[in-house]
Design a protein around this ligand. Structure first.
Ligand SMILES: Cc1cc2nc3c(=O)[nH]c(=O)nc-3n(C[C@H](O)[C@H](O)[C@H](O)COP(=O)(O)OP(=O)(O)OC[C@H]3O[C@@H](n4cnc5c(N)ncnc54)[C@H](O)[C@@H]3O)c2cc1C
Length: 502
């Protein structure tokens, strides 16, 4: 086989994309949709009582009560959803603090919103009017890295990238890898069962968790597991709580599964003349029995936006690209990429290139992670999160194109194609008065198309408050009844993140 061309990124000055931080989040527009919260002002007396009780029973605890300070905790990254202004924002430093906060809130019937870094994309950590937001930024310690058992024990406020770096220094690897990994917290990752760029090989957050310490709605503290790799004693509470978006329990500690650090990745980009061809390559790679560590897709709109931001010299004439990586040892990685390349060429790839070295690979990965921010440079962006069985990716890509044309909305699509999980980003002119109505119409068609293909209305961001209307459509009334029964049993007062998920 002829040697592949390599990207020529050397010509770019290091400062073009070398900084390892994502660009700042753009200014949030005015919220315009209200789904969960009462009118502002209601419950002011209740939150005054809450503040008094917290000051009395947890005198050393950091508590935000000033309206301007609290305003920062109104929204998560779904800035277009209307949300409430929390009555108070507490920063516990211990599990005992959290348990006491929950007891106080239960006594006063105050709703609680657990919050990590607030990067969520479903309104899960957004404020509830006059409620109590418990922010975990001060519970950010890595308590233990246990090399013998390959586990890390962490508090929920630890940032994903910090944990990755700490375990990497020990020659270990924590796989969960959301594109927001430099910003988001382990508590938030557990809350959403976050996915990311290497789920195709290593699974979602849930697949890397052995046990949790959680505070229940009455302030009781329980442990759901520990360092045992195998443990089937009783119901799988760990898995129940992961992804429950703070509606069933509040996580105060997690025991996470580590792996030996894999070798550095080999990275390849394949460009396609049509979305259909790219979609076929995804199914072709899976059908060939390959499990690359990364199998990500960007469409034409996203390629151009990413290239404008990072000046990578990507092929902007392509309808789509796939980023494919292998972390297998030595020759096995070369073999995996060669077989993936064959699948891409069979599907109709117009070009295949490889990152020349680890630095180039890192730049490409960084650029992919920043795709959402690249699109935000074009206008106001609303990110969606549909998932379909992998073999239906070509159909879903076709549906997205059709829906964009039908509603005359610019959509940049990227995502974790290897998992069948796509993020159509709706891009509007800032201040476009039709944005809200068009978003609703596009969402409806996108969700219906995903469901028609046997898919889901959310692959990794969660139902939160943004997709509540669709839970029953997808799961059916009986399944939702079971969920409600669990919620009622564990949180009879309904104080844990009410109005989210159910
Ligand atoms: C640019 C960008 C890229 C992204 N890429 C990905 C991606 O690739 N994959 C992905 O899955 N997501 C992605 N996200 C979404 C988001 O980063 C994830 O959902 C992440 O897991 C949220 O973490 P957080 O710390 O910000 O949590 P938050 O937004 O603060 O909270 C998320 C949910 O978890 C709950 N929660 C937080 N802490 C606790 C706790 N201690 N106990 C109980 N519940 C808690 C909250 O109530 C809320 O419901 C992306 C977001 C952005 C902005």
């Amino acid at each position: 086989m002829d040697p592949l061309p390599t990207l020529r990124l050397e010509r770019h000055a290091a400062d073009v994309i070398a900084p390892r931080t994502l660009p700042p989040v753009t200014t949030k527009p005015e919220p315009i949709i209200d789904q969960t919260n009462p009118a502002p002002g209601q419950g002011a007396a209740r939150s005054a009582a809450l503040v008094t009780a917290i000051h009395a029973r947890l005198p050393g605890l950091r508590l935000l009560t000033d309206a301007l300070d609290r305003e920062t905790y109104r929204l998560d990254e779904t800035s277009y959803l209307r949300a409430g202004l929390p009555g108070a924002v507490a920063f516990p430093t211990t599990t005992a603090d959290v348990a006491e906060l929950v007891r106080i809130a239960a006594e006063l019937r105050v709703p609680i919103v657990p919050r990590g870094a607030g990067t969520g994309l479903s309104g899960g950590a957004a404020g509830i009017e006059d409620g109590l937001t418990i922010a975990f930024t001060a519970m950010d310690r890595i308590l233990e890295i246990d090399r013998e058992n390959l586990v890390a024990v962490v508090q929920p406020g630890v940032i994903n990238a910090q944990l990755k770096a700490a375990v990497a220094a020990e020659g270990l690897f924590y796989p969960p890898d959301p594109a927001s990994y430099e910003l988001c917290s382990i508590g938030g990752n557990l809350g959403t069962n976050a996915g990311g760029l290497c789920c195709v090989k290593y699974g979602q957050t849930r697949d890397s968790v052995l046990g949790l310490e959680v505070v229940m709605a009455d302030g009781t503290v329980i442990r759901t597991g520990g360092k045992n790799v195998k443990d089937v004693a009783g119901y799988a509470l760990t898995h129940l709580f992961i992804g429950s978006q703070g509606t069933l329990a509040i996580t105060t500690e997690a025991t996470l599964r580590l792996r030996p650090a894999p070798p550095p990745r080999l990275t390849m980009l394949a460009f396609f003349p049509t979305l259909d061809a790219a979609g076929s390559a995804v199914t072709g790679i899976a059908a060939a029995g390959l499990t690359p560590v990364t199998l990500e897709l960007m469409d034409r709109v996203t390629i151009a936006a990413v290239d404008d931001m990072n000046d990578l010299g990507l092929d902007r004439t392509a309808a789509a690209l796939l980023m494919i990586e292998s972390d297998m040892p030595g020759a096995a990685a070369v073999d995996e990429l060669e077989r993936a390349e064959t699948a891409c060429r069979v599907a109709g790839a117009s070009d295949v290139v490889r990152a020349a070295d680890a630095q180039e690979a890192d730049w490409l990965r960084q650029a992919r992670r920043a795709a959402h921010y690249a699109l935000e440079r074009l206008g106001e962006v609303r990110m969606e999160d549909v998932g379909v069985p992998r073999a239906r990716v070509p159909d879903m890509l076709r549906a997205i194109e059709r829906i964009a044309a039908k509603h005359d909305v610019r959509i940049g699509t990227f995502g974790h194609a290897g998992d069948g999980n796509l993020h159509p980003d709706l891009v509007f002119e800032r201040g476009d008065p039709t944005a809200e109505a068009k978003t609703e119409a596009v969402k409806k068609d996108l969700y219906q198309a995903a469901l028609d293909l046997g898919g889901t209305v959310t692959g990794e961001h969660g139902i939160g408050s943004a997709r509540r209307d669709w839970l029953e459509v997808q799961r059916g009334p009986d399944a939702v009844r079971v969920m409600r029964a669990i919620k009622t049993a564990l949180d009879p007062l309904g104080i844990l993140n009410p109005g989210r998920v159910l």
